[in-house]
Design a protein around this ligand. Structure first.
Ligand SMILES: Cc1cc2nc3c(=O)[nH]c(=O)nc-3n(C[C@H](O)[C@H](O)[C@H](O)COP(=O)(O)OP(=O)(O)OC[C@H]3O[C@@H](n4cnc5c(N)ncnc54)[C@H](O)[C@@H]3O)c2cc1C
Length: 458
């Protein structure tokens, strides 16, 4: 079959890989001039990499690791110990360490017990309160989709103080919003993975820029295997014939119309909504995509003339806008170039910050960073980058889970992939690869059932 995939992010690439392996002829269309979607990177005028976001990969990412293994890129990560390190105002750190040598969930429970981050009574309450998700099931967690994590936490005997100290940072790292906004299901799903599998919480960071380490080698391979990959190829409209209920083609920004036997959207949900033709919205599942809203987030990169933190891992913070960050010059070998630090920070919640200028955002980020790392006060900030992402992952708020669509749609030759589609994981790179596996299954099933007609085959 001839298949068009729109969107060259993780989901689009994995889908292209598997469909090509099955012998299909794939065209991958990307609106930007660079690959990788929310995991993209580009060079500034000095040749330094600017990343769309700090990306962390977990031991629990089995589908992603399997995919990278298939394409020979399993060695792309530098793995770090499973530890949540919290920077403290005035300098210093406190952490929750998953204790090595112990199986899950004991490694995490012992980590909480040993941590200096919480008082004895807070630890006791956390230990008791988390028993349900730790020894519970996904079915129990699925039922918590309509309340916030904060509501769940408080209802289970844990106080506000542990939200302020730990769980807000976790919610912000997972979905760029605080515990009083995010659905309990999202946080509990992550906790369940950590509790069930000893290696799940280990964290990996890309050894360098995702552009060089992941996407360029992957594009080279896919092109060698016949995938037609086009950049600067923005889909403007997915054309749909209401009489036959089939997608008939995609119109690109330059007016060109491309046709295939099957069409897969690997675009983020807000982009898909913009390019669906009106008749597609008569299908409730596609109309309901309006309930999935992207969350604004900002990435900041700070280049200091000297090393301002020696932590070779992710760093979390509580009660600031810099919920999670790392020194790329320490954590990623390809960035070990000079003598200074390259601090990459996830700035969230970011909604209100979007009204500020880049200079104002930078001033806020540097101020908060210097409170946590006083050594940065005397260092020179050589340069910086601010990257705004107005619609990042979908906001996993209470009540929206029901609107995550299946990868097959009511239009027989039109399919969806992407982290927002229905799969057991949250909006993440692992989620996007899971959705790619599922969309491939759906395409195969439709082909076998004869619901896709190969009208255009040469
Ligand atoms: C700051 C930040 C930090 C993150 N950190 C982590 C992390 O640590 N761990 C983790 O697992 N996940 C993280 N994520 C989430 C992760 O990046 C996403 O879940 C993942 O990239 C989703 O992949 P995707 O392929 O579904 O969509 P995307 O990556 O969004 O890719 C979609 C692609 O579609 C393209 N497109 C859009 N419109 C069109 C059009 N009209 N025509 C053609 N192409 C189009 C886009 O340009 C893009 O390339 C982070 C995200 C951000 C923003």
């Amino acid at each position: 079959m001839r298949i068009i995939i729109a969107g060259a992010g993780p989901a689009g690439f994995a889908t292209a890989h598997w469909l090509t392996k099955l012998g299909h002829t794939v065209t991958l269309l990307e609106k930007r001039s660079i690959p990788g979607g929310k995991v993209s990177a580009w060079q500034d005028p000095d040749g330094d990499w600017v990343e769309s976001g700090l990306h962390v990969f977990f031991g629990a990412y089995h589908n992603l690791l399997g995919f990278l293994g298939e394409v020979g890129l399993e060695d792309s990560f530098d793995w770090k110990p499973a530890e949540m390190i919290f920077a403290q105002p005035g300098g210093g750190y406190a952490s929750i360490e998953f204790v090595q040598g112990w199986p899950a969930p004991l490694n995490g429970l012992l980590g909480v017990a040993k941590s200096k981050l919480m008082t004895f009574s807070e630890k006791l309450a956390m230990g008791r309160g988390l028993l349900k998700p730790i020894f519970g099931s996904q079915a129990y967690i699925d039922k918590q989709a309509d309340i916030t994590y904060q509501e769940w936490h408080l209802a289970n005997g844990m106080g506000q103080s542990t939200i302020d100290k730990v769980m807000d940072a976790m919610a912000l790292a997972l979905n760029f919003q605080k515990a009083d906004q995010v659905s309990a299901k999202l946080v509990l799903t992550a906790l369940l993975h950590f509790a069930k599998e000893t290696d799940a919480p280990k964290m990996g960071l890309v050894k360098g820029s995702p552009h060089e380490r992941l996407w360029i080698p992957l594009i080279t391979q896919l092109r060698e295997r016949g995938v037609h990959i086009r950049f600067d190829a923005k889909v403007e409209e997915i054309q749909h014939d209401p009489a036959t209920n089939l997608v008939t083609g995609v119109r690109l920004a330059d007016g060109q119309i491309l046709m295939a036997d099957a069409y897969i959207s690997a675009m983020p949900v807000h982009s898909l909504r913009k390019v669906m033709s009106d008749s597609m919205r008569t299908h409730a599942v596609l109309d309901n995509l309006k309930h999935l809203r992207g969350i604004p987030v900002i990435t900041a990169q700070l280049y200091y003339d000297r090393v301002v933190t020696n932590i070779n891992n992710l760093i979390f913070s509580s009660g600031t806008h810099i919920s999670v960050y790392a020194d790329l010059a320490t954590v990623s070998p390809d960035y070990h170039k000079g003598t200074g630090s390259i601090i990459e920070l996830v700035v969230a919640p970011a909604e209100k910050l979007f009204m500020l200028s880049d200079e104002e955002i930078l001033a806020l980020v540097v101020k908060e960073f210097c409170v946590l790392h006083p050594e940065a006060t005397s260092a020179t900030l050589v340069k910086s980058h601010i990257v705004r992402i107005p619609n990042s992952v979908y906001a996993a708020r209470p009540g929206v889970e029901q609107y995550r669509p299946d990868q097959a749609t009511p239009i027989p030759n039109f399919f969806l992939t992407g982290d927002y589609t229905n799969q057991e994981f949250m909006a993440s790179i692992e989620g996007s690869i899971r959705s790619a596996r599922r969309v491939v299954d759906r395409v195969i099933a439709a082909e076998h059932n004869g619901t896709i007609h190969t009208q255009l085959t040469d």
